[in-house]
Design a binder for this molecule. Structure first.
Ligand code: SF4
Length: 273
């Protein structure tokens, strides 16, 4: 839970997505820690995703993965498909000029906020830096939505700000693995224009957030989206916000909004520092 008492707040891409979608949703989720009960089907998917991330990390570290694969047919099928689809990504036998690290962690302070990112894999040489992210669900139809997701924007932004690489030499590739289908990827390149846009947007968001948090400490709620917003249709707090006809459904009975759940990460995050 974020604490408004602290000087510096840690912010992840998931929190930025939520803040941009609806400040009130951000308030309920991160300031008040109101969460819907976990959904078993979703939990199972998250566990599978975590196992795949762990497997990829072990593979990157050169640790044996044979016994893990043997014990888990789903992981085996994902790994086999991924090995065929992207052998160059899995090839750890690189020269000494190339940096590779899985679960690569970076932070960047902007105003009173500490942006945190974890790259599933970072491969960098003297020319370019490539960020990779593993997803264990199908490739989304709309590339534009993914481009606008804060994971894409923030991950490349933080690397450009915390390294010597020019934005033009940074890329981010999502790999989507899913049982029964060939892994597919979506690659984003970066440039100075996008970098400046992201910097401006982050500064705007954080300036607003600082004001909202000050007001919140005085008892004011963070703003809601407009009544006609589609965001409310899928929000777990619709009843609380009186955005649906009030029924017996309570916040404890609704399904979780998966968008508010952080990406799978092996690193345990504390959102309060
Ligand atoms: S119901 Fe609508 S206004 Fe309320 S938190 Fe959800 S998205 Fe925001």
């Amino acid at each position: 839970m974020l604490s408004t008492q602290t000087q510096i707040l840690r912010i992840s891409q998931g929190q930025l997505n939520l803040l941009e979608r609806c400040p009130r949703q951000f308030q309920h989720t991160y300031l008040e820690n109101l969460n819907a009960p976990s959904d078993p089907a979703h939990e199972e998917k998250q566990t599978s995703g975590s196992r795949f991330h762990l497997l990829m990390q072990q593979q990157e570290l050169g640790l044996p993965i044979h016994s893990i694969l043997q014990a888990d047919p789903q992981l085996q099928s994902w790994m086999t498909a991924f090995t065929h689809a992207a052998p160059e990504v899995l090839n750890t036998a690189t020269d000494h000029q190339t940096f590779r690290e899985s679960e690569h962690y970076r932070t960047l302070q902007v105003q009173d906020y500490l942006l945190t990112v974890i790259y599933d894999l970072l491969i960098a040489d003297h020319q370019q830096a490539q960020i990779f992210d593993w997803k264990t669900y199908p490739k989304p139809e709309n590339k534009r939505n993914l481009a606008q997701n804060w994971q894409t924007r923030l991950y490349m932004y933080v690397l450009a700000e915390t390294s010597e690489y020019l934005p033009e030499n940074i890329s981010m590739t999502y790999w989507f693995v899913q049982s029964g289908s060939k892994p597919q990827n979506i690659k984003f390149t970066y440039n100075n224009t996008e970098h400046n846009k992201t910097a401006k947007k982050l500064n705007q968001l954080f300036t607003q957030l600082t004001t909202w948090l000050e007001h919140y400490q005085r008892g004011e709620l963070l703003p809601q989206v407009t009544v006609s917003s589609k965001a409310c249709d899928y929000c777990q707090f619709a009843t609380l916000c009186k955005r649906t006809p009030v029924t017996e459904t309570s916040i404890n009975q609704v399904l979780p909004n998966f968008d508010t759940i952080e990406e799978v990460s092996l690193e345990e995050f504390k959102s309060e520092i």
